[in-house]
Design a protein around this ligand. Structure first.
Ligand SMILES: *[C@@H]1O[C@H](CO)[C@@H](O)[C@H](O)[C@H]1NC(C)=O
Ligand SMILES: *[C@@H]1O[C@H](CO)[C@@H](O)[C@H](O)[C@H]1NC(C)=O
Ligand SMILES: [Fe+2]
Length: 460
């Protein structure tokens, strides 16, 4: 944890100096002071490149009663369970979920737990988490939270392929976010994967609540599986040195089920796919807990059970945009060989507010046994787009564009998947970029024993 702390203190000093890099550790008072001293838009100048105007922030008000559940979202837990998470302003709200297969008829009931957190002068509402199940796959369930309020419904993922993942990073809560979510919702999918940067609350805690209300219509209908980005850190020297207070309280993921000891990295399996969620902002070096967890998680992968293996993380390991150059490099150097030897099919990242698809790569070279790298940090946050790509284009980069949008990975069968990128400006039927992908589990040439692999390197 020490290196992380240094990082934060450095950024704190920087904050005091220039009001820049304010994404890390930034309480309200300082924020206000900074605004008075430097009345330029905060958080928009991580680098000197020029960005297309961002959408206006949308504040989603609380329009229900004090005791009604709000900010409802669901996530997968183990093979056949779902966690239902919500917040009630009323501290007497009960942590109970009633559910069943018919609207208005709740044959089942489960009790969970609740908590809350404090961040400087802000106290959260009562945060409820209830795990329900066992549930049937591919089935619609109707449910109600806390014994009152509106009815919700979700569909559980299919038991076998095909399955469709939506992948979108750096979501935020702007007009562009709303447009992205509308596109996401306009065609069927099973599970949403988010490689970090959710609310862009940046320590202003009520914005976490607003974000929860904005995404509720979507995140209460399909499981949302997330990992953390830099905007989730919200650490502050001495008071909140560990960071991730709001994120861990509001977006608990099933980390224990995969042997992880931290909500900041975990894995899960759904319909023939092993999904590895990594943490870019927690120690990843070879002596770290995350590193040894990843080693043991990889050892559990059975390519007969899950012919597909994908990984998500926030700061991209490969990136030809001028924004955030090199920020994922030390993690790449620490962990790339583990994913490579595990024959991971695809690695998704966010952080850079643009879309970019690479060829299969290992150690900066095209390698037909390496993962395909995709940056999908174009969800719609208030910082706007990262418009400048480096030139000349690297031959490793196959498609790059700074537009808001989302991606879809439709895994058709054990060997084939179709990846598509959907730009917000188009109607959802138009696919701006798309490619068929073959699973590496199907490739005899790529069957590698750990640390004695025989890669088929091609120079480009
Ligand atoms: C898997 O899907 C691909 C693409 O649709 C198809 O070409 C291939 O024949 C399928 N494989 C099997 C075993 O069905
Ligand atoms: C790698 O491939 C070469 C040639 O195909 C072969 O001679 C060698 O034994 C292989 N090495 C390993 C470790 O499999
Ligand atoms: Fe980020």
């Amino acid at each position: 944890m020490l290196p992380l702390l240094h990082l934060k203190i450095a950024s704190f000093n920087n904050t005091m100096g220039k009001c820049r890099k304010s994404l890390i550790g930034f309480p309200i008072l300082l924020h206000t002071l900074c605004l008075l001293l430097f009345p330029q838009p905060l958080l928009s100048q991580e680098n000197s490149f020029v960005r297309q105007p961002a959408g206006q922030r949308i504040i989603t008000p609380h329009e229900r009663t004090h005791s009604d559940p709000q900010q409802v979202h669901v996530s997968l837990v183990g093979k056949d369970k779902m966690r239902v998470s919500w917040i009630s302003e009323d501290k007497k709200g009960k942590s109970v979920v009633e559910y069943g297969r018919n609207a208005g008829e709740y044959s089942e009931k489960a009790i969970g737990e609740s908590g809350s957190y404090q961040y400087f002068f802000y106290s959260s509402g009562k945060i409820h988490n209830v795990v329900i199940g066992p549930l049937e796959p591919g089935t619609t369930y109707f449910y109600r939270c806390g014994g009152l309020g509106p009815e919700y419904s979700f569909k559980t993922p299919p038991p076998t392929l095909p399955i469709e993942f939506v992948i979108v990073g750096d979501l935020g809560q702007t007009e562009w976010t709303a447009s992205t979510l509308k596109h996401v919702d306009s065609s069927e999918y099973d599970v949403l994967l988010l490689p970090g940067d959710l609310s862009y609350a940046d320590t202003q805690q009520p914005l976490w609540d607003s974000f929860g209300r904005l995404v509720e219509p979507y995140a209460s209908k399909r499981p949302w599986m997330v990992t953390e980005g830099n905007h989730e850190i919200e650490s502050f020297p001495i008071v909140y040195p560990q960071g991730f207070k709001a994120y861990n309280a509001r977006w608990p993921m099933p980390f224990r089920e995969s042997g992880s000891t931290s909500n900041l990295y975990y894995s899960f399996e759904v319909a023939s796919t092993h999904v590895i969620m990594l943490g870019s902002y927690i120690d990843f070096h070879p002596h770290s807990q995350q590193y040894s967890w990843l080693q043991s998680d990889i050892a559990t992968i059975d390519r007969v059970r899950t012919p597909w293996v994908i990984a998500l993380l926030h700061a991209p390991w490969y990136n030809t945009n001028e924004a955030h150059q090199g920020e994922g490099e030390s993690m790449r150097q620490a962990m790339e060989h583990l994913l490579y030897h595990a024959n991971v099919d695809l690695v998704f990242a966010g952080h850079v507010h643009a879309y970019e698809r690479f060829t299969r790569i290992y150690d900066n070279q095209a390698d037909s046994c390496g993962p395909i790298y995709i940056t999908i940090g174009d969800g719609g946050n208030r910082e706007g787009l990262a418009l400048k790509f480096k030139n000349p284009a690297s031959p490793l980069s196959l498609y790059r564009e700074a537009s808001f949008g989302h991606g879809r990975l439709r895994i058709v069968n054990d060997t084939h998947a179709y990846w598509s990128w959907h730009r917000n400006n188009d109607n959802d039927a138009d696919v701006a970029d798309g490619a068929w992908i073959e699973s590496l589990s199907n490739s005899k040439a790529c069957t590698k024993a750990p640390d004695q692999q025989n890669s088929s390197k091609e120079e480009l």
